[in-house]
Each structure stands twice: as C-alpha cells, then as structure tokens.
Design a protein around this ligand. Sequence first.
Ligand code: FAD
Length: 453
Amino acid sequence: NVSVVLFTSDLRLHDHPPLRAALDAAREVVPLFVRDRAVDGAGFAVPNRLAFLADCLRDLDAGLRERGGRLVVRSGDVVEEVCRVACETAAGEVHLSADVSGYAQRREERLRRTLAAQGVRLHVHEAVTTAVAPGTVTPAASDHFAVFTPYFRHWSRQRLRDALGAPRTVRVPDGVGSAGLPSHRGVSVGLASGGETEGRRRLSAWLRGGIADYADRHDDLAGDATSRLSPHLHFGTLSPVELVHRARATGGPGAEAFVRQLAWRDFHRQVLAARPDAAYADYRTRHDRWRTEDTAREEVEAWREGRTGYPVVDAAMRQLRHEGWMHNRGRLLTASFLAKTLYIDWRVGARHFLQLLVDGDVANNQLNWQWVAGTGTDTRPNRVLNPVAQAKRYDPDGAYVRRWVPELAGIEGPVVHEPWKLRGRDRAAVGYPEPVVDLSVGLGRFRRARGLG
Ligand code: FAD
C-alpha cells in the first residue's frame, strides 16, 4: 500500500509529522512537491524566493535519495496533480501540513472534497508550520487573539509535542513520473542559500554562537546579530517546534527573547488563519485616505530605490535589494517612513517587500505592515518612528549607513545620519539626495489625516 505526502511550506525531513504518519501507514510513500500554477499566477513566485526554493527542493531530493527514496516533482493545478498521483499509485491516503492563508485553506478544502470522491483520505497535520497551531489558544469571546501580550502568556504555557527525528529509509514506488528539479537565479546578489542542510547548519551555529547575546543585540543594525533563520522558517526547512525546544534548552535571556519572536510568528499566523482577508484588507479600519502610487509616484520610487535622503531608510532599502533580506529594525523604520511619514498606502510597501524578500510571507509581511501602519493589531496605532532618532539609537556609529550607502562612506561622525547639515562644498561633494520630505511636514499630514489635531 501507498501514501502520498504533499510537501508545501515544510521542506524538510526532520520533525515532519506528515511524513512520519505516511511512513507508519504504508509500505511505500510518494514525497510530492507540486509547482503550483495558482501560486505563480498570483505573482507570489518571485526570483529570490524561487532561487531559495530550488535549493530547498534539491536538498530535499538529496536527503530522500540518501534514504533510498527521491522527491517527485509535478507542476500544474495542485489538487489535480495530487489526485493524479494518488490515482496512479493507488494510494489510500494523502498527508499534508495545515497552513494559514486563505489560499492554503481553500487548497485543503478542495483536496478534501476531490480526494474523498476518489475514496482517498486526506490527513491534515497541525503544528508543523507553527509551534502552536492557530486556534489552540483563544480568548474567551473570539476565535483569535488580536493583542500579542495575552496571546504570548497563553502560548508560553502550551506543552509542545516532541520534535521527531528524520526517517531512516523512505521507499518510493517504482515508475512514478517526475519533472526535473527546477533551477532559478535570484535578483539579489547577496541572497542566502536554501535547503534543510544549510538551515540546520545555521541553526547550530546560532545556538552555539549568537543566541546568548540576542536580547541585548537584536536591534543593533550594524551588528547583524539576529538569527537570519526567517527564510528557513518560511520554507519550513526548519521546524518551529524543534526551534522552540532547542532554544529553550540553551536557556538565558537571549533564548527567551528569541522564543518570544517565534511566538510573534505564530501570533500573526493565528490572526491570518481566522481573518484571511487581513492579507489585503485593513484589520482595523481607520478610514485612511492614503496617498497611492499614482498620487505620490516620485516618493514611492525614491523609497523603493533607497534615495529618500534619509540615510538609515536608504541603507535598509538597499540592503533589501542587495540581499533579499532586511534587518527587522530596518523593516520597522522603512515601513513607518512609507506609511506614516509619506502617508502612502501600506499595501504599496508590502508589495515591494514581497517582490524581494526571500522570507516574504503573507502572514508575517502583511500583518507586520498593518502593525506598523496602525491598521493592524498594534496597540499604539498612531506612533510614528523618526528615522533620525532611530538611526542615532540603533546605528550609533553610523556603520550600517556607511556599509549600504557608499555616497556617505567617507562622512565621519554623527552627521552621517543628517547629511543635509553638511556645509557648502562638503554637501555638494557627497552626491546624495536631499530629503524627499521634511519630517515635521510628514508628521503634521499624518496627524491631520488621523484626526489627531
Ligand atoms: P530573528 O530576530 O532571529 O527572529 C527569529 C524568527 O522569529 C524570525 O526568523 C521570524 O520567523 C520570527 N520573527 C521575528 N520577528 C518577527 C515579527 N515581528 N513578526 C513575526 N515573526 C517574527 N518576517 C518574515 O518572516 N517574512 C516577512 O515577509 C516579514 N515581513 C516584515 C515586514 C515588516 C514591515 C516588518 C516590520 C517585519 C517583517 N517580518 C517578516 C518580521 C521580521 O522582520 C523578520 O522575521 C526578521 O527580521 C527575520 O530575521 P531573523 O530571522 O534574523 O529574525
């Protein structure tokens, strides 16, 4: 007998409950990945993530081959392909990880219906792409938490399942046709490599060397002292359950602060699972009459290209383009700059991030954007981050700005964060743009728009 495992955002062999269940249930297993036409069609398949995905699939295939199996790759409509494979192999069951987006929920529903008509059972496994499954902890009067602190209190008390090891052998039935493994190039030259092997290597290095200082250093822009595990969590080459266990085992304030960030990831997922429309529609309507790409074209372009004239904003936007990744502090202050200081629709910024981020993720990206824009779950929706104050606090020596904005590399001292204060010839010599907006003008516009006087 045969079972099918559909790999989606869980491209790993360690701690993979659907794979374990499929191996327990059947003598032979088809590990299947479908390059889904609908995901391509939605514009979500962008070069940086496709390149990372190609690494993940290659590594998954290699891991399966070491165990006597292989990865079966198909492309087309995901439901049709799964049903086709189940039919070709006379499989009795299909195993899948639960996921949160509206798209994933519709996929699961269609799969359930179509497979049932074929007499095949669909098993959906929870807590594979999250540490705590959405809906496990809820407040008294709602199906999800809208505020992080009480969510985190409940989340922390949950007993997580044990993490599973990787299987020793995987036997795949003969003759199942597979397309070749895809190969892609990203658009960012400094893009990280993907795959479970690389993810586990990074995780071990992080637990040995980085996590201890995380509480003190995670906001240090130039120090780059965060885990950079986000693309591995997005593609599921690392398991959130395993990460929480292993971080907790190292102990200390760094591990505690890191686990809290993993809870933020689950938090946004439980919001999106309950409110799939929050990927695009305001979670809380504030009656904003945003400026748009049409009405603020030049400012949008300056922001995207990292030439707003605010060095820390430009540094972060250029890091995004170069690496396909941006430091969390950079994401916060560039998003606040677009949505609040320029008062441009957060969706314009979220779309640009999703074009480039290797960890670009519907739940984390859209809901963090909403959090910053004050349309989301933030308890301080009208806070505006001042990019100069942020720069002085989180890049006190200016090293981050000098690294990413070469025009300013030769500027010594704190004036690197305020190059408009340079005098005459010095100012002209740096060849760096004037600010696109005066901060007090931006702040006034925002406060008026939100009716704050
Ligand atoms: P670490 O600091 O090492 O944190 C560990 C993990 O915790 C991360 O890998 C991530 O999975 C999770 N995490 C950390 N911060 C957050 C957070 N605020 N919300 C949810 N989860 C978090 N993260 C994404 O994974 N994909 C996105 O598309 C994304 N877009 C964002 C957009 C904006 C405007 C903002 C403000 C944040 C966004 N984040 C996103 C959250 C956060 O910035 C990144 O997860 C983090 O910078 C990734 O780097 P790291 O792995 O070194 O993080």
